[in-house]
Design a binder for this molecule. Structure first.
Ligand SMILES: Cc1cc2nc3c(=O)[nH]c(=O)nc-3n(C[C@H](O)[C@H](O)[C@H](O)COP(=O)(O)OP(=O)(O)OC[C@H]3O[C@@H](n4cnc5c(N)ncnc54)[C@H](O)[C@@H]3O)c2cc1C
Length: 303
């Protein structure tokens, strides 16, 4: 039954479809079981056709960007995982705004801005995701968030209509966008950046990169900060003070360098990471009466 549905999807969407593809290769954690179908659209038209086909066939869809903020379950993901990553996509200028597709790496957007002496995004240097993933997560660092200079977002809504939403119509908060609830697929975004001094912008970007390299753990696969910061303090500080640095479950370890990072030492499973997260949450709660909430997104079946 499932095979015939997959076959029907294959017939409608002929190219760039891989079955039972391990998602560990597509996530920065290097963890995750197979996608029943992994599909990489070449453009927006392909994406819309694939989502339409999946809806008609009753197949669930999951969107993946660069996979740098997700933990995929060991059993993988049922249905279609649509991977939106096009490393060669370039942003463009139109009427004073920087237009960029969701599948473009955030790093390409930042470099585009620097080359044109446009400031406002340089504090996001070192965030390894796509523009779509960054808008969905309202990614940020050094007190700056991607939504700050956002003019509008182009998206595919639940009815598969192409909608343009202006910044002021979108609900954003710390590591939150309304897209986490609406189920919209982000297609692209426009940014309103200020003219600046290229040397200063590049120097800020370099400083941010150097500071992050010094503080964060890059030596083992990870997904960045695992927990959100509570309103008045840093999650990493609480985790460290609760004595969790270096704590290990299977192949997953709380980074000895940055306590809010969990590292895959080589053979970690999603179950190891979840178990370790549970222990960290409990220890922090016992010591500070603060319940940490995950920043990373769980993809697949964790029941
Ligand atoms: C070493 C390291 C450092 C990091 N540093 C930071 C940091 O400083 N600040 C920060 O905020 N984050 C940081 N992160 C986390 C991560 O890079 C960001 O959250 C990033 O924005 C995720 O983008 P992505 O393309 O990888 O999204 P993914 O991980 O692929 O997806 C994340 C979520 O977004 C959804 N999504 C992705 N694209 C779309 C789309 N087009 N439409 C709808 N939904 C979509 C997915 O379904 C998923 O739920 C770091 C991660 C690592 C590994």
């Amino acid at each position: 039954m499932v095979d015939s549905v997959v076959e029907k999807f294959r017939r409608r969407v002929a190219v760039n479809v891989i079955e039972q593809e391990p998602l560990s290769s597509y996530t920065s954690f290097r963890i995750g079981g197979p996608a029943e179908i992994l599909y990489t659209p070449e453009d927006e038209g392909d994406l819309v056709c694939a989502v339409r086909a999946a809806r008609r066939l009753g197949i669930p869809t999951t969107i993946l960007g660069n996979g740098t903020n997700v933990l995929v379950s060991d059993s993988g993901v049922q249905g279609i995982v649509i991977r939106l990553l096009e490393p060669s996509r370039r942003p463009a200028m139109e009427e004073g705004l920087v237009l960029v597709k969701a599948a473009t790496p955030l790093a390409s957007l930042l470099e585009f801005a620097v080359v044109r002496s446009l400031e406002g995004l340089e504090y996001l240097t070192g965030i390894p995701g796509t523009v779509g993933g960054a808008v969905y997560m309202n990614a940020g660092s050094f007190s700056q968030a991607i939504s700050t200079h956002l003019a509008y977002v182009e998206l595919l809504d639940r009815k598969l209509e192409h909608v343009v939403k202006r910044h002021e119509e979108i609900d954003f908060d710390y590591r939150y966008s309304e897209f986490q609830e609406s189920g919209a697929i982000i297609l692209g975004a426009a940014f309103d950046l200020d003219p600046g001094d290229q040397t200063l912008i590049r120097a800020t970007a370099e400083r941010v990169r150097t500071e992050k390299r010094a503080k964060q753990s890059w030596e083992y696969p990870n997904a960045g900060s695992v927990f959100m910061n509570p309103p008045t303090t840093y999650a990493g500080k609480l985790i460290e003070e609760a004595g969790c640095k270096g704590l290990q479950v299977g192949g997953a370890q709380v980074s000895p360098k940055h306590a809010n990072f969990i590292l895959n030492l080589g053979d970690a499973t999603a179950a190891d990471v979840i178990r370790l997260m549970d222990i960290v949450v409990q220890r922090v709660y016992d010591k500070f009466n603060i319940r940490l909430t995950p920043e990373i997104r769980l993809v697949g079946d964790f029941s």
